[in-house]
Write a protein that binds this ligand. Sequence first.
Ligand SMILES: Nc1ncnc2c1ncn2[C@@H]1O[C@H](COP(=O)(O)OP(=O)(O)O)[C@@H](O)[C@H]1O
Ligand SMILES: [Mg+2]
Length: 383
Amino acid sequence: MTTPVILCIDDESILLEALKCQLKDYFAGKYRIETVESAEEALEVIEELQEDKVELPVVICDQIMPGMKGDELLIEIHAIMPATLKILLTGQADVEAIGNAVNKSNLYHYIAKPWEPTNFNLTIKGAIEHYYQEQKLVQFYADLEKKVAERTQELRKKNEFLNMAVHDLKNPITAIQGFSEILQCDCKDIDDDEVIEIAGKILTSSQQMFNLVKNILEVNAIELGKINLSFSKQDVLPIVQGLVKNYTTIAKAKNIQLQLNYADDKCYTKVDTNSIYRILDNLISNAIKYSLPNKRILINFDNNHDKVRFKIQDEGPGLSDADQQKLFGQFTRLTPQPTGGEHSTGLGLFIVKQLVEAMQGKVWCESILGHGASFIVEFPRVD
Ligand SMILES: Nc1ncnc2c1ncn2[C@@H]1O[C@H](COP(=O)(O)OP(=O)(O)O)[C@@H](O)[C@H]1O
Ligand SMILES: [Mg+2]
């Protein structure tokens, strides 16, 4: 950091030199003592200090100078550097000037000429201490203001999240309520097939609610930093194979073909098994959910680099650049809609990103609108 400056202004060069010597004896090393002989020069120096972001804790200025007087100069300096402490050197008859400087430049002190060196140095020392205390306070309030703004933003986000969650829970609850009322009031008039159909609808709505609540709890745990990850060296291939097997039936219902490609039989990385399962489950289910029937989904898996990389590539609608920007946010339901009546919470990819990053990985999407989407996940490889 650059050395802070003490600036002395006096038109009498002998006095100025004496001032400099005295201040140097006391403050040398910690402060640079600058001297100028006129108000104009002083303003130039101050402009330079400001440009170079050099601190100016104290200005000591003579009152009686040709041209601009000391009190007027201090008022100008105050407008440029309000935090700088101003000290006026005066004769006996300068009461009016002192009053002016006190009122308009927030004068810290005046020192009558001739001064006593020890008292003078103590006054300057006091001014410097005062300056740094004020700076600390300013910094403290700035930090406090920043923290309050951040917290307010967090609370606002939490509130928005709560609103969205409640809004999304309302639909299945309303459905369950409606269907239950039908069963309760009209049970004598409806046949068994209809009862089974209505019970099925109640079950679907309950499952939607369950999924949403599960996702909300997961997001909440992530935000509170409460996801418990237990890292261990894992061969992740069986996890992917298991998931592909699980999803084959669901994909078949849409006549979608799931294809898993990999080069090596074993692939090790240090991850949390549950999380890797959740991540791939989300990405594979999305690929199926947003693809039209009769398409293909490729799941590529390689560990040729220093990374373990999964790529889930679909032939679905793809995503516009604008949609891609929002993909990993909360409650983001974008232009592509589920193609088989599946439920959508808009929380899946947010959870994916948080889990991936918690495991020092990276996830991103590559897509051209109308030409499918690829979601890529990378983790550091462990041999
Ligand atoms: N493979 C994909 N192809 C096209 N759009 C997708 C794909 N995956 C996700 N999206 C879009 O991103 C949004 C957010 O996805 P996600 O967070 O998983 O939530 P959800 O699947 O519950 O809607 C989806 O609503 C969808 O519009
Ligand atoms: Mg999803």
